[in-house]
Design a protein around this ligand. Structure first.
Ligand code: FAD
Length: 468
């Protein structure tokens, strides 16, 4: 199967097509460089052209033309994904959805919009319309799209109360276009949602989303300090277990993360300070202050509604989730990270063990999450990178201890997930993308059903590893 790029480009010339090499290269990248493992191997990846549809009809036209000419299509929201998800491994077309940014309908408890609208713009529209907001968003709220969050993300700010994106009820409906000679439109709800959500656009293009909303609040954002790391972690867990206090974020940073990597927090902490970042609903502040008052080990050093910091820190959620890694990387480029699940019931015991075993090579950054009604921790641990061998060893030791790793140093769906084939996604790909043209190389079970997962999947277009 040989892609006929020239024919596809000619057929799409009446649309908004990007021709400039620099712009094409820029639209072919995401935040893959977070990973020293992926950085070397994906740096060269680039599309042949970029096209920006303005509506679903143009998406259908692009898919139809690319199908006819065997051209791969990789969809791009805002390109803030971390694992090369939005990078066109086999070149071809990057379909950038930035023009599909309309919020269509807002109802009590739900919003219907196009996929290319930024998370912050969904919130602005729903807040203005009826005082509502998204239940959860990635910490890239200001820059990421809702479609990219659903197709590439997992959860974030709000997950301490609402769970993860994959949990029932956190996506209501997705409208998807298939990659066939005559592209079809399919609507997914309930059980079917798992076929296309978090599928990296490998088996369909999301053209409309319907998401649940919650009442919007002017969240009180805070930083709270602790001498002892486990006190900070227990405080966050206990707070999330307070049934009457509404929170949207509880993040724990082991010392010296706050001092070494958070420039605007640094003047207010010591190297040994452990920090908790919080978002609490205004009507819960009385309950929260009572809760915190019972904990002499906790000191509130910052409130966004009442502080005398010369330079405010900006949104507290932009210190959490994967923003922690970004801030650390800016100060120390040798930092990378892991995504860890510390499940119920020994969540904190396991955190404590991993910290005893690895600190300071691995520093704990924890996010409180809710899973099936229980509070657990997601770790986005900061790792001082030395070699790939050592990184793999750290991962193995976590897994041996019972901490599940979602490896952020892999570009495929399976390796970044549970290392198993997702039959629901694979089966839908067989129906929706018979030529395998959507975001090729990201679903191992499509490329190589017998892959044994004992080493990193080596797509032929990966660059051979060179030392940085
Ligand atoms: P992109 O990166 O453009 O795309 C992501 C994936 O979805 C790609 O595979 C792409 O092909 C596919 N895709 C995009 N749009 C569509 C569509 N309409 N149909 C089908 N497939 C599509 N993630 C979290 O989950 N939670 C976090 O808190 C979080 N914090 C982050 C912090 C930082 C600093 C960074 C750099 C990343 C973070 N991420 C987080 C990862 C990423 O930002 C989010 O997943 C984000 O929501 C992705 O949105 P995007 O528009 O940038 O998607």
């Amino acid at each position: 199967m040989q892609a006929n790029i020239a024919a596809a480009k000619a057929a799409l010339a009446h649309l908004d097509v990007e021709e400039k090499d620099v712009a094409i290269k820029a639209a072919s990248r995401d935040f893959f460089w977070y990973s020293p493992v992926l950085k070397n191997r994906l740096d060269h990846v680039t599309a042949d052209f970029v096209v920006r549809p303005k509506d679903e009809a143009e998406v259908i036209e692009i898919l139809k033309v690319c199908y006819e000419h065997d051209v791969p299509v990789t969809t791009r929201g805002a390109g803030t994904g971390n694992y090369g998800q939005a990078m066109p491994l086999e070149g071809g077309c990057v379909m950038h959805l930035r023009h599909m940014d309309k919020v269509r309908e807002i109802h009590p408890g739900r919003v219907i919009c196009e996929p290319g609208v930024l998370l912050k713009d969904v919130d602005a529209a729903t807040r203005e319309h009826s005082g509502q907001e998204l239940r959860m968003f990635s910490s890239t709220w200001a820059t990421a799209t809702i479609g990219g969050f659903i197709a590439g993300g997992s959860g974030g700010v709000g997950s301490c109360t609402w769970g993860a994106l994959r949990d029932l009820g956190n996506i209501i409906r997705l409208r998807v276009v298939t990659m066939e000679a005559e592209p079809r439109i399919v609507e997914f709800t309930g059980e079917e949602l798992a076929r296309v959500s978090h599928a990296y656009g490998t088996n369909g293009i999301i053209t409309e989303v319907e998401m649940p909303l919650a009442p919007a609040y002017d969240w009180v954002e805070m930083f709270v300090t602790f001498h002892d790391f486990m006190d900070a972690a227990r405080f966050s867990e206990d707070l999330a277990n307070q049934d009457g206090i509404l929170i949207k974020l509880a993040t724990v940073f082991e010392a010296p993360i706050a001092h070494d990597y958070f420039q605007r927090v640094k003047p207010h902490v010591q190297p040994g300070t452990n920090l908790v970042g919080l978002m609490v609903a205004p009507h819960s502040m009385d309950g929260f202050l009572t809760f915190a008052g019972r904990r002499p080990e906790a000191t509130i050093i910052y409130r966004n509604d009442d502080h005398n910091w010369e330079r405010g820190p900006g949104p507290v959620f932009e210190y959490g989730w994967n923003h922690t890694t970004l801030r650390a990387l800016k100060v120390d480029p040798s930092i990378t990270y892991l995504q860890v699940r510390y499940g119920h019931p020994n969540s904190l015991k396991l955190v404590e063990k991993m910290r005893d075993d690895f600190s300071p090579e691995v520093l704990q950054h924890l996010e409180v999450m809710r899973e099936s009604g229980r509070v657990i921790f997601a770790g986005l641990s900061l790792v001082k990178f030395t070699t790939e061998e050592r990184l793999n060893e750290i991962i193995k030791l976590h897994e041996d201890a019972g901490a599940m790793i979602f490896n952020p140093h892999r570009y495929t769906l399976e390796e970044g997930g549970r290392q198993t084939v997702d039959d629901r996604q694979l089966n839908f790909k067989k129906e929706s993308d018979p030529k395998g043209l959507l975001n090729p190389g990201k679903m191992i079970s499509w490329d190589d059903p017998d892959w044994a997962f004992n080493e990193m999947y080596a797509h032929p277009r990966l660059q051979p590893l060179t030392k940085a």
